[in-house]
Design a binder for this molecule. Structure first.
Ligand code: DAH
Length: 339
């Protein structure tokens, strides 16, 4: 029995010294010191010993136990230390390593100019309001004095969700929605996406942006329209900009006009940029048609107003000399990085 105890001690110490991880160490501890372990198995046989032998073997057994326990303790501490060191080494940060490049986003050129235009109108006391892109036929056409079968619908062919719901072809429906909700004085712009079933080419896109404007109050006249829009153009293109108004027709304004700005490149002479015209068309405008006011529950005898609408893409294309509208929607980083 004495021999057996010595063997256990030697085997245990050897195994513990070789052991290189905490999990295996735990297993060894159970193997030698556990309830079903080797040492316990020997002690169970103590009953068979004579009265003289028993204390001797008992003492030896205790010694073996404490030697193994000591060794377990030492190895546990050593292995814990080792694992910590390994973890620290693995987590070490090499401060000389090149960093990961962080890509900072930029504003899209359309957003850049849109923000600028918003700022100009905010400065003149306008509010910015939103409207739905999926719009009722009523707001996009009917309420704007464009009944079914009106020829104006031809030039604004769109995507129909069903007979009564369309992708809006213009931001003008926001005028109606605003007048239904608010009482004059009203002074708003409404920027946003619009849709037309045009084939995609260098100058046409089935989705583009417009900015709508609407002013309704007592005593609003055509000169308010002209003054406001001229001030807008001077803020956007510079104090020396020259504008002109030409008569035009829109079903929802009367009278209607288009506003041109003198070509900044040739100053009216005619060049490639203005296609020889000397002037560049910027927007449509007019005095809100009395029928439209009526449709929105505003008395045209008491109130009058003006409205305007402009396409954003063309303004931005001219600003940055972009010659293809498709560039805006392709999300090519090489293009977008230039702004
Ligand atoms: N909605 C018109 C279009 O898409 C632009 C327009 C013209 C808007 C005159 C207006 C306006 O508010 O008064 O062609």
């Amino acid at each position: 029995m004495k021999q057996a105890l010595e063997q256990i001690k030697t085997a245990a110490v050897e195994a513990l010294e070789k052991c290189d991880n905490l999990k295996a160490l735990e297993e060894l501890k159970v193997k030698y010191l556990g309830k079903k372990g080797e040492l316990t198995a020997i002690l169970k046989q103590m009953g068979k010993l004579s009265a003289e032998e028993r204390p001797v073997i008992g003492q030896l057994a205790n010694e073996v136990r404490s030697t193994i326990e000591e060794e377990v303790k030492t190895r546990t501490a050593a292995l814990k230390e080792k694992e910590l060191e390994e973890q620290l080494a693995a987590e070490k940060i090499d401060v000389t390593m090149p960093g990961k490049k962080f890509q900072v986003g930029k504003k899209h050129p359309l957003t850049l100019v849109m923000d600028e235009i918003k700022e100009i109108f905010l400065g003149m006391g306008f509010d910015v309001v939103d409207g739905p892109e999926v719009e009722l036929d009523y707001y996009n056409f009917e309420a704007l004095n464009i009944p079914k079968n009106h020829p104006a619908r031809d030039t604004q062919d769109t995507f129909y969700i069903n007979d009564n719901v369309v992708m809006r072809t213009q931001t003008s429906p926001v005028q109606v929605r605003t007048m239904e909700k608010r009482k004059p004085p009203i002074r708003i712009i409404s920027p946003g996406r619009v849709y037309r079933s045009d084939a995609l080419d260098a100058t046409h896109s089935p989705v583009f942006h417009q900015i709508e404007g609407l002013v309704v109050d007592k005593g609003i006249t055509m000169s308010d329209l002209k003054g406001t829009l001229e001030m807008f153009v001077k803020s956007l293109y510079g104090e020396d900009s020259v504008v002109r108004f030409r008569p035009h027709h829109f079903p929802f304004t009367e009278p209607s006009a288009e506003m041109d700005v003198m070509c900044f490149n040739c100053h009216g002479e005619g060049c490639r940029i203005c296609k020889g015209e000397g002037w560049i068309e910027i927007l449509g405008a007019g005095m809100v048609h009395p029928k439209v006011l009526q449709n929105c529950g505003i008395d045209p005898e008491e109130y009058s107003g003006f409205a305007f609408g402009m396409g954003l893409e063309r303004v931005v294309m001219r600003r940055f000399a972009i010659d293809d509208i498709r560039m805006f929607f392709e999300n090519d980083q090489r293009f977008l990085d230039q702004f």
